[in-house]
Design a protein around this ligand. Structure first.
Ligand SMILES: Nc1ncnc2c1ncn2[C@@H]1O[C@H](COP(=O)(O)OP(=O)(O)OP(=O)(O)O)[C@@H](O)[C@H]1O
Ligand SMILES: [Mg+2]
Length: 314
């Protein structure tokens, strides 16, 4: 049935993969035939029985909102298992926080989403990771385009040793934008979105390195926004910042979540409670619990989560 669906090209009807929250099968296919959700994906994701029925059994509303879907996803560095059999379904929009003790695979999982782990030698994965309908480990994937759509902000602000303007314009230039007035507009819009414009509008040609840590981090967010991503991955973006700069970044994240799907790793549980809508608790590479933030911090289902959030370990 699904093969027929694909062959007859009615797949253009569907914008996203349809998946089910928590662990059920991804179901059908998205809008085009440019290697996005190709026929191999259909077959391998639905290699079990009752293929034709699955499509109709999902909760379509919930499924359409799914933007990051991992199914039995594992990641190794050499022999070291860092992410262990994680299945998770993250909805579009809002902020998802990933919390857990040091070394439990939070960053590894986050970096898997836009394949930043590829830059580390001897990494190996198993399972599936689907982002916005696209298997990110598909051989045909265009990594430049993937990372354009999934921006990343790291623990330490890492502006390029270039001007403020050139930092923000870097991505658009890389993707072919040369027109100066267009670049001016992108730079202003992104700096405004990152709540930095008012502080730097008169010194755009100044070196980014001369900015404070908090300003550098907001610049890095502006740089990530400049390629018009759909989502932002943030790995402890405030851990190198003072409380005031942290407060600004948190306000910014809350503002940005209206427009972008944000996944943030944080060690700061107050921060997770303040800014996130959903929280995933990882431990020893496994996803222990994933739920609404309010639930995780008030009535977690798993004793390990409770022990962690009450400070009994970690
Ligand atoms: N480049 C690497 N090579 C080998 N092992 C790695 C590498 N990066 C991480 N690891 C290992 O993978 C496991 C998960 O690491 P990861 O950085 O994902 O944890 P984390 O939860 O982000 O920790 P932290 O809170 O300290 O940042 C750890 O045991 C770590 O030692
Ligand atoms: Mg980390």
């Amino acid at each position: 049935m699904l093969q027929k669906l694909y062959n007859t090209n009615t797949a253009v009807l569907f914008r996203h993969w349809f998946g089910q929250i928590f662990g059920n099968n991804i179901v059908t296919i998205n809008e085009n035939s440019n290697g996005i959700g190709n026929s191999n994906d259909i077959r391998s994701d639905n290699s079990n029985e009752n293929k034709s029925d699955i499509r109709y059994s999902v909760n379509l509303k919930a499924a359409c909102q799914t933007v990051i879907y991992a199914k039995n996803f594992s990641l190794w560095y050499g022999n070291k298992l860092a992410v262990n059999n994680v299945s998770i379904s993250i909805e579009s929009g809002g902020v998802t926080a990933i919390i857990g003790p040091s070394g439990c695979g939070k960053s590894s999982f986050l970096r898997s989403i836009n394949r930043m782990n590829d830059l580390i030698p001897n990494t190996r994965i198993d399972g599936r990771l689907i982002v916005d309908g696209q298997n990110v480990y598909d051989k045909q994937i265009d990594l430049v385009s993937l990372r354009r759509r999934i921006g990343m902000v790291f623990q330490r602000p890492n502006p390029f040793p270039k001007s403020i303007f050139d930092n923000v314009a870097y991505g658009p230039r890389l993707h072919g934008t040369r027109d100066r007035s267009q670049l001016n507009e992108i730079v202003e819009t992104c700096l405004r979105s990152a709540a930095l414009w008012d502080e730097v509008k008169d010194s755009l040609m100044r070196s980014a390195i001369a900015l404070s840590g908090g300003q550098q981090q907001r610049l890095c967010i502006a740089r990530a926004l400049a390629t018009q991503p759909d989502m932002l991955l943030m790995d402890e973006p405030c851990s190198a910042l003072d409380p005031i700069a942290t407060g600004k970044i948190e306000e910014l994240i809350v503002a940005l979540k209206e427009k972008y799907t944000i996944v943030i790793v944080t060690h700061n549980m107050q921060q997770a409670a303040r800014i996130s809508d959903r929280t995933a608790f990882f431990c020893l590479g496994e996803l222990i619990e994933f739920d609404e933030t309010n639930k995780i911090f008030t009535t977690p289902s798993n004793p390990q989560t409770e022990a962690y959030i009450t400070g009994r370990f970690g």
